[in-house]
Design a binder for this molecule. Structure first.
Ligand code: SF4
Length: 374
C-alpha cells in the first residue's frame, strides 16, 4: 500500500511555449469543481493508502486551487489515511507576487516545501519563456519562502533560445547566492505540439546546439558543487540532507497513489492514469468508473527493467541484491548482459550496485532505452 501521494491540479494561468503538459485555463468555478472531484476520489480510494510520508501537489499550477482548495485536500487526507507528523508536503508554485502572497498560508496548513518554477533569473529571457514574473520577483519569492521556514526547490532551465553561457553562469550564481536547499536543472527539449516546436519547424526559433547545452549542464554541476550542492540525480542537486523524499519514490520505482485529472498511480503491480481532461475526470469520479482503459498490469520483468532504468537516475545507483530479492535471480540474469555491454562502453559501473559513469550521465536517455528494450 502506498504512503506517497501525488495530487494533480491541471490548471495554469499562463501557457508556457515549451510545455507539453495537459494544463488548462479555466474559471474559478471549474477549478473548484475539480477540487471537489479530487476530494470524492480520495474518499473512494482512501482504503488503498497507508499513513502518508510524502504528499506532492503538482500540475499545472497547484496554487490555482487557492489555499482553500489545498486545505480541503489536506484535511481530507489528514482525516484518513492520516499525514505522519514528519511528512514532506510539497507544493509547486510560480515565483510570482501572487503565489508568494499565499506562501504564509500554505506554511500554516502544514506545507513544508515549495518547488518554484523560476527557470531563469535573466530578465531578457523570461518573456521568451512565456513567464509572467521578473527575475527580481522570482528572487523575492525564494527569499519569502525561505524566511517562512519552507524548504525551497527551484527549477532552472538551460538551452533556452538566446541564452549565452554568461547568462547561465549568472543564473547559477544567483541561485547559489539565494541558497535554496534543492535545485533542479533541466535542459530545454522541443516537445511535440508545443509553440516552440511549431516556431522551430518554421525556422523562427533558434536553440543552442546539443554541445552548447551539454556544456551548460556541466557548468551547472561544477558551479553548484562549489556552493556545496551534491548532484544526486540526473537533473537534481541538493545541499546535504535536503534531497526530495517524494521524488525518490519514483526513482526507486515504489508505490504511489495519484489523485486528480491526469494523475498516475502505481499500486500492487498495476499502473493507471486518470482521465486527463478535468470534465471527463470529474464525470468518471461521479460515476465511480475506475478509468479501466488506462490500466496496465506490469509483468515482473518489465517492472524490474523500469526499476533499473529509473534507479540509475540516482547517482548512488541501484543495489543489485535488492533487485534480485525483489524480482528474482533469473530475471536479473536476463538483463545483466545489457548492463555488462553498457559497462564495456564506459556508461555504467557494476559492482554491488549498478551506477552511471559521468559519460553515462550525459547519455542517460540512451542507457535507459537499452535497459528497457525487451
Ligand atoms: S511550465 Fe508549468 S506553468 Fe508553464 S504551462 Fe507548463 S505546467 Fe503551466
Amino acid at each position: 500500500m502506498p504512503s506517497a501521494v501525488y495530487v494533480h491540479i491541471p490548471f495554469c494561468r499562463i501557457r508556457c511555449p515549451y510545455c507539453d503538459f495537459d494544463a488548462y485555463r479555466a474559471p474559478r468555478r471549474a477549478i473548484e469543481g475539480h477540487t471537489e472531484a479530487v476530494l470524492a476520489e480520495i474518499a473512494s480510494r482512501r482504503h488503498e493508502l497507508r499513513p502518508i510520508t510524502s504528499l506532492y501537489f503538482g500540475g499545472g499550477t497547484p496554487t490555482t486551487a487557492g489555499a482553500a482548495g489545498l486545505r480541503a485536500v489536506m484535511e481530507t487526507l489528514r482525516a484518513a489515511p492520516g499525514l505522519l507528523p514528519d511528512a514532506e508536503v510539497t507544493v509547486e508554485a510560480n515565483p510570482t507576487p501572487r503565489d508568494a502572497a499565499i506562501l504564509g498560508e500554505l506554511r500554516g496548513l502544514g506545507v513544508t516545501r515549495v518547488s518554484l518554477g523560476v527557470q531563469s533569473f535573466t530578465d531578457r529571457l523570461l518573456p521568451m519563456l512565456g513567464r509572467d514574473h521578473s527575475a527580481a520577483e522570482a528572487a523575492d519569492a525564494v527569499r519569502q519562502a525561505l524566511s517562512l521556514g519552507l524548504e525551497v526547490s527551484l527549477d532552472l532551465m538551460c538551452g533556452v533560445p538566446g541564452q549565452t553561457m554568461r547568462d547561465w553562469q549568472a543564473d547559477l550564481a544567483t541561485a547559489a547566492h539565494l541558497s535554496p536547499g534543492h535545485i533542479s536543472v533541466y535542459m530545454l527539449t522541443l516537445e511535440a505540439g508545443t509553440r516552440y516546436e511549431r516556431l522551430h519547424a518554421g525556422g523562427r526559433l533558434e536553440l543552442p546546439g546539443e554541445d552548447e547545452q551539454a556544456d551548460m549542464y556541466e557548468a551547472a554541476l561544477e558551479r553548484l558543487a562549489q556552493s556545496g550542492y551534491e548532484h544526486y540525480e540526473v537533473s537534481n542537486l541538493a545541499l546535504p540532507g535536503r534531497q526530495s523524499r517524494h521524488n525518490r519514490v519514483y526513482w526507486q520505482n515504489r508505490e504511489y497513489a495519484g489523485f486528480g485529472a491526469g494523475a498516475s498511480s502505481c499500486v500492487a503491480g498495476q499502473r493507471w492514469t486518470n482521465e486527463s481532461h478535468p470534465t471527463a475526470y470529474a464525470e468518471a469520479v461521479r460515476s465511480g468508473v475506475r478509468m479501466p482503459s488506462l490500466l496496465e498490469r506490469l509483468p515482473p520483468e518489465r517492472a524490474m527493467r523500469e526499476t533499473l532504468a529509473l534507479g540509475l537516475r540516482l547517482l548512488e545507483g541501484v543495489e543489485l541484491t535488492t533487485v534480485r530479492e525483489r524480482y528474482g535471480a533469473g530475471r536479473l540474469a536476463r538483463v545483466l548482459p545489457v548492463l555488462r555491454s553498457l559497462a564495456v562502453r564506459g556508461l555504467v559501473t557494476i559492482a554491488d550496485r549498478a551506477a552511471l559513469t559521468r559519460r553515462g550521465l550525459m547519455l542517460y536517455d540512451g542507457v535507459a532505452a537499452q535497459i528497457l528494450a525487451p
